[in-house]
Design a binder for this molecule. Structure first.
Ligand SMILES: [Zn+2]
Length: 351
């Protein structure tokens, strides 16, 4: 099938628009990694998407399973990618990474180190007799749900305010799809995972409790990889409520993380920490171009700030000309077309 190899991110996303309305998160992510919607010429053929560079085809149901399912359990995340690839092994689009690329990671997930860590963070909860600190087990056995609803809500309320106004999110460990608050990670006590365990349980219980958690919290991330895993972990109900993030950019996961961040309808504040003073530089690789295209595709954000990076003296700041470009794009109203087009032209001439 013929397809155009010069699609920009915005154009790739547009191909999904009318057909994937119930799967916006998957559509955004697919566009970020270089896919376009591939409408079959005959109705009986399977719907899916195709990479504009290597033409690898993936069925829609496979993509939705891999890109929208819960990744609270690493094994579920792993299963989502089984039996297909988004790209051929030599595809240039592999530069834009999906965090924890399964082939690179899964041998470690089954190793002793992983199990040891899991015991450390989950097993200790057995010693606690408080319902919520056992929510890891409750989520598996549903024993928490034998409590009256009012009591469960009371438990959540007593825990939710313990999230700081700025709450740093970390990966549970390097190879894990699971995330945890920094406070939880650094405490060796039994309540380690309680804050994020609440994220898992309250969806089934009460949206109000979710709102409590997100309304006054800025979630901070040391990389777009962790941001992505967080957005996957909280699912659509959480993404609908996230209001403020603070993230270090400049990684190969920028594109897919910002593409998914664009699905956060309530997002109003972002602090960008970019370890270089410009959006693009001469002969920027494709992951940089796509990463910045996906960043600029965000809209409807009221508060756009630029933070420093520990790793760079000369990062993006308000004084940089490109900072104005970013602010202008991100603060435009939702649904209003992008103002900037030079990124797109860059990609056109580069390909
Ligand atoms: Zn490809």
């Amino acid at each position: 099938m013929a397809y155009v190899a010069r699609y920009t991110y915005a154009e790739r996303l547009a191909t999904f628009r009318e057909y994937w309305t119930d799967n916006q998160a998957a559509a955004h992510q697919l566009a970020a990694i270089g896919h376009i919607y591939d409408r079959p010429p005959l109705e009986e053929l399977e719907h899916g998407s195709r990479c504009i560079s290597c033409s690898a085809f993936v069925k829609k149901e496979s993509s939705v399973k891999a890109l929208e399912s819960s990744c609270r359990h690493s094994s579920a995340y792993e299963k989502g990618f089984e039996s297909f690839n988004f790209h051929h092994p030599s595809c240039i689009r592999l530069q834009v990474r999906i965090p924890l690329d399964p082939q690179a990671v899964f041998p470690g997930l089954h190793g002793g180190r992983f199990n040891e860590l899991r015991r450390r963070f989950e097993g200790d909860n057995r010693r606690s007799d408080a319902g919520v600190t056992r929510s890891q087990r409750a989520s598996q056995k549903s024993s928490l749900f034998t409590l009256p609803t009012e009591l469960r809500l009371e438990i959540y309320r007593s825990i939710l305010p313990t999230l700081d106004p700025e709450t740093e999110i970390l990966q549970l460990h390097r190879d894990s799809a699971r995330v945890i608050t920094s406070a939880g990670y650094h405490k060796a006590a039994a309540r380690n995972t309680s804050a994020l365990n609440v994220l898992r349980t309250c969806r089934a219980v009460n949206d109000e409790a979710m709102d409590l958690l997100y309304a006054h919290t800025t979630f901070t991330f040391a990389s777009t990889k962790v941001l992505y895993l967080f957005l996957r972990s909280i699912g659509k109900p959480g993404r609908d409520l996230v209001k403020a993030v603070d993230v270090h950019c400049g990684g190969r996961e920028d594109a897919i993380a910002f593409a998914l961040l664009a699905c956060c309808e309530s997002l109003r504040s972002i602090c960008i920490r970019l370890p270089r003073p410009m959006l693009l530089f001469s002969r920027a690789p494709i992951w940089v171009v796509d990463g910045m295209s996906c960043l600029l595709a965000l809209s409807g954000i009221e508060d756009v700030r630029f933070g420093s990076c520990a790793s760079a003296l000369n990062g993006m700041s308000d004084a940089q000309p490109d900072a104005a470009v970013i602010r202008k794009e991100l603060t435009r109203l939702k649904g209003v077309p992008m103002v900037t087009h030079y990124l797109e032209r860059y990609l056109d001439t580069a390909s």
